[in-house]
Ligand binder design. Structure first.
Ligand code: AP5
Ligand code: ZN
Length: 216
């Protein structure tokens, strides 16, 4: 089944998507990861995207809808996890139309609820593996050996340019202005489940598993 992980920056979308990929063989479609890949390509589009992302603003709908469309056209999966997409009502409408065109449906939209206080420390302590994408945190989830990824042994551990307090404030404002209306949108589509994302990674994973099992 296909699901959306909906939540503000730092809610744990990427962390949980990674677990679902490892445990259920689902495929993660993170528009944030796709955009970060595009910016390393050095193309004009990549450069423009980089500036917008580093400020913490949303990239234009057409760009991200195009990225998702390309994946749905080319990737086969037992289930997609939409991570960080859709983020606007226009993107939500576009996703509905794209899924329909591919003969697919949405099984559930999981709203990951957190309070803003927790987000600052989660975001400013985050680092990720540049090779396998594993997500860590200085305090709550350090690597077992300092500087070495637990999952793949890489020493290419990185911090994101937008993971500072100033950009985070903008990202949160963008979330409340443009993305949070999707909560009502999916509630009325009878797809919304809200979970407490302040709980431990394992507890959150259990809650998501319950929603997935119910969605079939
Ligand atoms: P994106 O990459 O999607 O970033 P985001 O939404 O800001 O979300 P994050 O990746 O910051 O957080 P997360 O929820 O995945 O948390 P994580 O699991 O890492 O987007 C980046 C930018 O790209 C946007 O600002 C925008 O410019 C652009 N963009 C992307 N998609 C777009 C779209 N559709 N339209 C327009 N523009 C778009 O966890 C965070 C930290 O907390 C980690 O250190 C982790 O270890 C820790 N943690 C996780 N869970 C727990 C837990 N339960 N307990 C304790 N610590 C935890
Ligand atoms: Zn790794």
């Amino acid at each position: 089944t296909n699901i959306i992980l909906l939540g503000p920056p730092g809610a744990g979308k990427g962390t949980q998507a990674h677990k679902l990929v490892a445990e259920r063989g689902m495929v993660q479609l993170s528009t944030g990861d796709m955009l970060r890949e595009a910016r390393t390509s050095g193309t004009e589009m990549g450069k423009r995207v980089a500036e917008v992302m580093d400020r913490g603003q949303l990239v234009t709908d057409d760009i991200v809808i195009g990225l998702i469309e390309e994946k749905l056209d080319t990737v086969k999966a037992p289930g997609f996890i939409f991570d960080g997409f859709p983020r606007t009502l226009k993107q939500a409408d576009a996703l509905g139309a794209l899924l329909e065109r591919h003969g697919q449906t949405l099984g559930a939209v999981i709203e990951m609820k957190v309070d803003d206080e927790a987000l600052v420390s989660r975001i400013t302590g985050r680092f990720t593996c540049g090779d396998c994408g594993a997500v860590y945190h200085d305090v709550t989830h350090p690597t077992k050996v300092a500087g070495v990824c637990d999952a793949c042994g890489s020493t290419n551990l990185k911090r994101r340019a937008d993971d500072n307090e100033v950009s985070l404030r903008t990202r949160l404002m963008e979330y409340y202005k443009k993305t949070s209306p999707l909560v009502g949108y999916y509630y009325h589509a009878h797809l919304l489940s809200s979970i407490d994302a302040l709980a431990s990674v394992e507890t959150v994973a259990d809650e998501i598993a319950k929603v997935l099992d119910k969605a079939g």
